[in-house]
Design a protein around this ligand. Structure first.
Ligand code: HEC
Length: 167
């Protein structure tokens, strides 16, 4: 179906990249592509959102971001990238059987990935951060990206980053 649509429109068939591989298409507004190798970055912390999101998330950093976190460097230097990966929050029947009661939740299907990319000059209008989100490897539209920065303003004192390093 997708291939047929692509063929009709004359566009090359888009391949959803496997998790952690770089993608070809950049997001609008900020022009950020899915960074290659992000799945291998180191862990900053984890979080769980309830409500509509109901997900489990891991926050990872590239080498520049991890170094800044560990040394307490603020603002983050250019080149720092923070990734937020999320998965559905699902009960594990398999684990619950072993525990003998319902207590286990694990990562289900992946939902989306978000990135904050530091470039103080290029992204001066948004606190020095470029924002990106990919659903199934595909960039989201500019309406979604336009909402990112304003929601991160409350943590301006920590360079617009909510997540604290979990030792
Ligand atoms: C409704 C407010 C809100 C919006 C809109 C929002 N964020 Fe966030 N973001 C948060 C909060 C709160 C956290 C920390 C809690 C968490 O991890 O869920 C966070 C965490 C993050 C993180 C991990 C680093 C950090 O700051 O903790 C990244 C990366 C991120 N957001 C990117 C984005 C991108 C990209 C967009 C737009 C597509 C976006 N955010 C839109 C509130 C928001």
């Amino acid at each position: 179906m997708l291939a047929a649509v692509a063929a009709l429109s004359g566009a090359p068939a888009a391949m959803a990249p496997a998790s952690g591989q770089g993608g070809a298409e950049p997001v609008p507004l900020f022009g950020i592509k899915l960074p290659p190798g992000y799945r291998d970055w180191r862990l900053i912390s984890v979080a769980h959102e309830e409500g509509d999101l109901n997900d489990l998330r891991a926050i990872l950093g590239n080498d520049v971001a991890i170094k800044a976190y560990r040394e307490g460097t603020l603002p983050f230097p250019d080149g720092a990238i923070i990734a937020r990966l999320a998965w559905r929050y699902v009960p594990s029947e398999e684990n619950n059987k072993v525990f003998g009661r319902d207590q286990s939740f694990v990562a289900g299907a992946p939902t989306n990935v978000q990135f904050m990319v530091k470039d103080a000059r290029k992204f001066a209008a948004t606190g020095g951060w470029g924002f990106a989100q990919f659903n199934d490897g595909k960039p989201v539209d500019d309406a979604m990206l336009g909402a990112c920065f304003s929601c991160h303003v409350p943590v301006e004192a920590r360079d617009f980053v909510f997540t604290r390093y979990a030792p």
